[in-house]
Design a protein around this ligand. Sequence first.
Ligand SMILES: [Zn+2]
Length: 108
Amino acid sequence: MTNEKGKTALGRLRKIRPFIQASLNITKKRCGNPRCRCAQEGPLHEAALLTWKEENRTRTLYVPVELRQEVERWVQEGKLLKRLVAEVSQAQREFLTSKKKPRKSNKG
Ligand SMILES: [Zn+2]
């Protein structure tokens, strides 16, 4: 039981792809090798880091270059999933509201 909005959101939910609820950030850093170019003039190394919250702590995970695009898709899908969950919830609330019977007056 749902309404049109709910059907649309559920239809998209059924096609959900692998997702992750985290953000992907590109940072620049030194690798730590004192003989590397980055220790002196640079440029620094780019690193992709996945960041998320776990029990109120920020966690990070290194993402290899060859997986950046793939992980970015997971992140986008994770955002879509969050939006769809909110949409279905709202649709169900609206559905309930539409079923509410008009109140009869107490004093009739
Ligand atoms: Zn380096």
